[in-house]
Write a protein that binds this ligand. Structure first.
Ligand code: AMP
Length: 190
């Protein structure tokens, strides 16, 4: 089973992914974490990624698609199913993902859309920034990230509704209740 966990920055994608991995035995790929790791290791990709991430902008599609495909191609565990967290974020990325799965004889089964009111997203990211020191969790970058999300990423909601893959989940409340709703949506669609 292949899943995309979808939602605005701060919507809880990472937290819910951790729980999904355990329950469904999926391999977790967070493109944000992959890029932060490149930055920490000071790789050429990290150098490029840093300027975009610090401004709250998206890494160019062609580079991001190549990074994602390389990871999946080189990860044997990905054969049994992945949970993609933070990818796709644009329509070209979603199209590329569709073609990529087709080439591998696989498909995307569910897009879990975590829906959280904007004010709550900002509060969560500010709190996370204070707790973890994550560089892009500051108010100026958060505003840019939310703008980019509304402009480039929200069209994917309709994209996946049309494909019959979108499962809307209320993303506020306790972590456990949100997870229970996700599991129910997945199990009901199986
Ligand atoms: P995240 O941890 O998912 O919030 O991602 C942090 C940052 O990494 C984003 O604000 C983007 O700059 C970059 N990023 C992560 N995933 C993608 C993607 N699929 N496409 C473009 N940029 C991405």
């Amino acid at each position: 089973m292949n899943i995309v966990i979808f939602g605005a920055p701060g919507s809880g994608k990472g937290t819910q992914s951790e729980m999904l991995i355990e329950r469904y035995g999926l391999h977790h790929i967070s493109t944000g974490e992959v890029l932060r790791d490149h930055i920490a290791r000071k790789t050429p990709v990290g150098q490029i990624a840093k300027t975009y991430i610090n401004q709250g902008q998206l890494i160019p599609d062609s580079l991001m698609i190549k990074i994602l495909e390389d990871i999946i191609d080189h990860e044997p565990k990905a054969k049994d199913g992945v949970i993609l967290d933070g990818f796709p974020r644009t329509v070209p990325q979603a199209d590329a993902l569709k073609r990529f799965f087709e080439r591998r004889g696989q498909e995307l089964h569910h897009v879990i859309g975590l829906e959280v009111p904007e004010g709550e997203l900002i509060d969560r990211m500010i709190k996370r920034g204070m707790q973890t020191g994550r560089a892009d969790d500051n108010i100026e970058t958060i505003k840019n990230r939310l703008n980019v999300y509304h402009q480039s990423t929200t069209p994917l909601r309709d994209y996946y509704i049309k494909e019959g893959k979108y499962r809307a989940i209320k993303g506020s409340g306790t972590v456990e209740k949100i997870f229970a709703d996700i599991a129910k949506a997945i199990d009901a669609a199986e």
